[in-house]
Design a binder for this molecule. Structure first.
Ligand SMILES: C[S@@+](CC[C@H](N)C(=O)[O-])C[C@H]1O[C@@H](n2cnc3c(N)ncnc32)[C@H](O)[C@@H]1O
Length: 297
């Protein structure tokens, strides 16, 4: 009886075991599988979650490069298609370089350079964003006490995305703005609720840029609902930036400015359709800075 059992089942199970060993080998030698760390075991699992971007065709999962290409091409082609319909309607957006900023008010520029460093923000070390902020702040000098909101406080939890590392100082840039502008009211928000704080002229709240309603909840704890400068220094991903923009467009004061930090040169293409749309009604621009670009409107 045992013999007939082995005869009946053993070859099948041995075959199954060998096949799963082979499958495991095949998956682990696939570069996409190896790089995925968030609980996906095959690139099929991973790419299948990109429901908008994976081709709706038979065998699509055998060709991961097609999903990647499809995703990366989309913004560029969208901008091209848009250029056919909006030709007479679209104003050019400005392109600049950081070296032509910071000249309006040299004393303010120097003070911002110093104060960002003192507080431990990278806006005047790794980056030269202080030049751009100097000009924007100077332009708004007749507005009275500025209301500044920044998304991204600078978590020092090394495990979190967008971390400033264990030696980072959460709230560094908020404190720098407060100290550089003695009457300003400064607001901040972050997905990491462990680093929220309240201090003289600084209030912070929770927000997740990828969750639009969380912006409204964030605002409930603020005394101001309209801001003169809104800064996105959070997740640094296009959809997250768009969250800040969508909130910002209905909460920016007349003449105020929205700044998106740390746009990589590779990601600029994804901004073209956005800038094309917004430049009809807003003055928009991209500034190439020391380590990345800044988008503003
Ligand atoms: C580069 S740090 C900000 C540095 C700070 N502004 C400064 O200059 O000192 C980026 C911050 O964005 C936060 N962040 C990451 N993802 C986010 C999200 N989805 N929504 C809101 N904040 C996010 C991180 O927790 C981190 O604190």
């Amino acid at each position: 009886m045992i013999r007939s059992f082995i005869k009946e089942y053993a070859p099948k199970s041995i075959f199954k075991i060998l096949k799963s060993i082979y499958d495991l080998y095949r998956r682990s030698s696939n570069p996409i599988t190896r790089r995925v760390t968030s609980g996906f075991t095959t690139h099929y699992d991973f790419l299948g979650k990109l429901v908008i971007w994976c081709p709706g065709s038979q065998n699509w999962w055998r060709y991961p490069e097609l999903t990647i290409k499809n995703t990366n091409l989309y913004p560029e082609l969208l901008a091209k298609i848009q250029s056919y319909v909006d030709q007479n309607d679209t104003k050019e957006w400005e392109e600049g370089v950081s070296s032509s900023y910071g000249l309006r008010n040299p004393a303010l520029t120097e003070n911002l350079w110093k104060i960002f460093r003192e507080h431990g923000s990278d806006k005047s070390t790794v980056n030269d964003y202080y030049l751009i902020y100097s000009d924007f702040i100077d332009r708004l000098k007749n507005k009275g006490p500025l209301r500044i909101l920044e998304i991204g406080l600078g978590t020092n939890n090394p495990k979190l995305v967008s971390s400033m590392g264990p030696s980072g100082r959460p709230g560094a840039s908020l404190r720098a703005f407060r100290d550089a502008l003695p009457e300003a009211r400064v607001y901040g928000a972050d997905i990491d609720t462990d680093i929220l704080f309240t201090e003289e002229r600084i209030v912070t709240a929770a927000v997740d840029q990828l969750d639009l309603p969380s912006f409204d909840r964030m605002c409930e704890s603020f005394d101001d609902q309209v801001f003169d400068i809104i800064i996105d220094d959070g997740l640094h991903a296009v959809s997250a930036n768009m969250g800040t923009l969508i909130f910002g467009l209905s909460h920016i004061s007349e003449g105020g400015v929205i700044v998106i930090e740390d746009i990589s040169l590779d990601a600029i293409i994804a901004w073209r359709p956005v800038l094309n749309i917004l430049s009809k009604d807003y003055t928009c621009g991209v500034v190439e800075c020391k380590s990345a670009c800044i988008g503003h409107l």
